[in-house]
Design a protein around this ligand. Structure first.
Ligand SMILES: Cc1cc2nc3c(=O)[nH]c(=O)nc-3n(C[C@H](O)[C@H](O)[C@H](O)COP(=O)(O)OP(=O)(O)OC[C@H]3O[C@@H](n4cnc5c(N)ncnc54)[C@H](O)[C@@H]3O)c2cc1C
Length: 393
C-alpha cells in the first residue's frame, strides 16, 4: 500500500488545515453518532455543520450542481484525517449527509436530487432513518409498515422504532411494504416523507444515559406523494441496500484513534499514591494494546478506501471495522472505569466526576454501536460466510 499523497492532495490538506485553524472556535468535539443534544449543545452542533458547509467542506465527493465540491474520496479522507487531528469531526445531525445523500445521488430522480441534496448539505433540512420496526431489526425485510397507492399518493400506516433524532428531523426516508403478497425482499418501496405530514406522531425513547437519542414513530394514514418514491415501486430493497452499504462505513475507525489518545492523556493526569497511572507498566501495556487495535482498524479503513478508489463495490472491510471498533470502544470504556475506581460511578454534574462524567457516559452508551448499523452478530455472520467461506447458518 502506498501511503504517499500527491502534491495536489497535500495542497488540499494545507488549505483545509488552515481553514480549520481559522474556524477552530466553532468546532464541536468528535462525539460519534450517539452523542445527544445537551452534550455539546445541539445549537453548537448545527452551527459547526453550517460553518463546514459554508466553507465548502461538506459533500466533498458530491456533484457541484447539488452543492458538493465535486472532489475525490481521497480528499474526503484527508478532511476526515485533519478533523480527527483537531479533535473534531463531521457533526452528527442525522443520517442526511452520511446515508440519504449518497443513496439519492445513486438512485434519485433529477427532481429529487435538486429538491433535497443542497438542503441536506446545508443542514437546512435534517433527516432520520425509518428502517427498524418493533418486529423487524436484523431481519429488516420482515417490516410490516404498509403503503397503499391511492389518488396520486401512498397512504402509509405502521410504526418505526429506534429512530435516531426523529424529533429534530424535517424528513424521514423509510421502507414500506407496497405488495403484501410478494416474497419478503420484494414488494418493499423506499419513500421520502415530510415529517410535518398529518398522521405522524413521535414518542421519545430514553437511553440508559438519560439522553433522548431515539424515538418510536407512529404513522397513521400518512399521505406521501407518489413522486417521493426512490427507485422503482416494489424494488426498494435494492435502494435500501445502497443505504446500508454506507451505514457500515460509519467512521468508527477514526473515532477509536482519538479515543485511545484521550485515554493515554487521562492516564497521565490521574494519580494513585502520588504517581500518574501511566507510570504503571500494566496500564501502559493495556493502552498500547488498544493503540495497536485502533491502528489495525485504521489500516482496514485504508483497505476499504483503496477499494473505493478503484471503483469497486464495498467489501467485507466495513463489517470488520464495525465489529472491531465497537468492541474496542467497550473495552476502552470498561478499562477506564477500572482506572477511575469508585469515581467511575460519578456522572456529569458531580464535582468529583473525571472529565465531567464523560467516561461514565461512554461506558453506558458503548453497547449502542454494537447494535446499530447491523448488530455485531450479523457482522460475524457476514464475515463467516463471505470471508471465511463458512456455510450459511
Ligand atoms: C443507538 C441506536 C440507534 C439506532 N438508530 C436507528 C435509526 O435511526 N433508524 C433505524 O431504522 N434503526 C435504528 N436503530 C435500530 C437498529 O438498526 C436495530 O436495533 C438493529 O438492526 C437490531 O435490530 P433489533 O433491535 O430488532 O434486534 P434483533 O434483530 O431482534 O436482534 C436481537 C439479538 O439477536 C441477534 N440476532 C438476530 N438475528 C440473528 C442472526 N441471524 N444470527 C445471529 N444473531 C442474530 C442480534 O444480533 C441481537 O443480539 C438504532 C439502534 C441503536 C442501538
Amino acid at each position: 500500500m502506498d501511503f504517499t499523497y500527491s502534491r495536489e492532495d497535500e495542497a488540499f490538506r494545507a488549505e483545509f488545515r488552515s481553514w480549520l485553524d481559522q474556524n477552530r472556535q466553532y468546532a464541536v468535539p468528535q462525539l460519534g453518532p450517539l452523542a445527544d443534544e445537551d452534550e455539546s449543545g445541539w445549537d453548537a452542533t448545527l452551527r459547526w455543520h453550517r460553518k463546514l458547509y459554508e466553507g465548502g467542506w461538506l459533500g466533498i465527493t458530491w456533484p457541484k450542481e447539488y452543492g458538493g465540491r465535486g472532489g475525490t474520496f481521497l480528499q474526503e479522507t484527508i478532511c476526515d484525517q485533519e478533523m480527527e487531528l483537531a479533535g473534531t469531526g463531521t457533526p452528527f445531525t442525522g443520517p442526511g449527509i452520511w446515508l440519504l445523500g449518497p443513496t439519492l445521488i445513486h438512485w434519485g430522480t433529477d427532481d429529487q436530487k435538486r429538491r433535497h441534496l443542497r438542503k441536506v448539505l446545508s443542514g437546512e433540512e435534517l433527516w432520520c432513518q425509518g428502517y427498524s420496526e418493533p418486529n423487524a431489526g436484523s431481519d429488516l425485510a420482515a417490516l410490516q409498515t404498509r403503503a397503499i397507492e391511492r389518488d396520486g399518493h401512498f397512504i402509509v400506516n405502521g410504526s418505526k422504532i429506534w429512530t435516531s433524532l426523529a424529533h429534530n428531523a424535517h424528513w424521514m426516508f423509510l421502507l414500506a411494504r407496497t405488495d403484501s403478497d410478494a416474497p419478503k425482499h420484494k414488494g418493499i418501496s423506499y419513500l421520502l416523507v415530510d415529517m410535518k405530514t398529518p398522521g405522524i406522531a413521535i414518542s421519545p425513547l430514553i437511553q440508559m444515559t438519560g439522553a433522548r437519542h431515539f424515538n418510536q414513530v407512529f404513522l397513521e394514514d400518512v399521505r406521501v406523494p407518489i413522486a417521493n418514491i426512490v427507485g422503482v415501486k416494489n424494488q426498494g430493497w435494492q435502494v435500501a441496500l445502497t443505504t446500508l452499504a454506507y451505514e457500515r462505513s460509519s467512521g468508527q475507525e477514526r473515532i477509536m484513534t482519538n479515543r485511545v489518545r484521550e485515554l493515554a492523556q487521562l492516564a497521565m493526569r490521574l494519580t494513585r499514591n502520588g504517581h500518574p497511572l501511566a507510570d504503571d507498566a500494566q496500564v501502559r501495556q493495556t493502552i498500547a494494546q488498544f493503540a495497536a487495535a485502533a491502528a489495525a482498524i485504521r489500516y482496514t479503513g485504508f483497505r476499504q478506501l483503496t477499494r473505493q478508489l478503484k471503483g469497486l463495490p464495498p467489501g467485507p472491510e466495513g463489517s470488520s471495522i464495525k465489529l472491531s471498533a465497537s468492541e474496542l470502544g467497550l473495552r476502552i470504556a470498561s478499562f477506564v472505569l477500572v482506572l477511575l475506581g469508585p469515581y467511575g460511578k460519578l456522572e456529569r454534574g458531580d464535582q468529583f466526576a473525571a472529565d465531567q462524567g464523560l467516561w461514565t457516559r461512554r461506558m453506558l452508551e458503548a453497547r449502542g454501536p454494537m447494535i446499530y448499523s447491523g448488530a455485531n452478530e450479523i457482522q460475524r455472520n457476514i464475515l463467516g460466510e463471505r470471508v471465511l467461506g463458512m456455510p450459511k447458518g
